[in-house]
Design a protein around this ligand. Sequence first.
Ligand SMILES: Nc1nc2c(c(=O)[nH]1)N[C@H]1C(S)=C(S)[C@@H](COP(=O)(O)O)O[C@H]1N2
Ligand SMILES: [Mo]
Length: 197
Amino acid sequence: MPINTEETKRDRIPPNQRQTTGFPVLHYGDVPEYTDLATQWDLRIFGLVEEEATLSYEQLMALPKGNSTNDIHCVTGWSKLDNVWEGIPVEEITKLVRIKPEAKYVMLHAEQGWTANLPLADFLAPGNLFAYKHNGEELTPEHGWPLRFVVPHLYFWKSAKWVRGIEFMEKDRQGFWEKNGYNMYGDPWKEQRFAWD
Ligand SMILES: Nc1nc2c(c(=O)[nH]1)N[C@H]1C(S)=C(S)[C@@H](COP(=O)(O)O)O[C@H]1N2
Ligand SMILES: [Mo]
């Protein structure tokens, strides 16, 4: 068992963040509504891959599943510890398409054109998931159901909710918040909040 005292928890909170026990909801735009995932949803994996793929929700959910427990840090200042996510490990998805060696960055595409970029190595970090459950419960629509990315070692804005596409790229491009002044990388331990940090 990991030691989980109040003191060790403090060491897990990055600079200028405070712990919350709630689960704040944060996003730009509207929560998507679906009545039938079979006709209204798919996941497109494209760009610098050997074989592009488009998965239905059923095909996605037939892939091997995994769990990951981690802490999340929102750039607005809240951190939430000990989140248990269930989802599809990133490597189960990359296996299907085989990433080309030229690929160095990833763009996550969400509903309504929302995007987030990150380096390929960070996308592939062990423990990252495409999640459909949080703390044992199915994700609620406002937290990203039916599928959200979880990359806990970067500020939580990189963890796209309502993911619909994964694009592999040679060069980095700005995502939604990055175009609006946020940092291209977003390491919470280095407080890389804004472009100039
Ligand atoms: N599609 C989409 N994903 C998004 C966002 C968004 O605006 N749209 N906001 C990000 C930000 S800034 C944060 S802090 C987290 C919030 O996730 P939560 O609402 O589940 O706490 O989602 C991230 N993923
Ligand atoms: Mo955020």
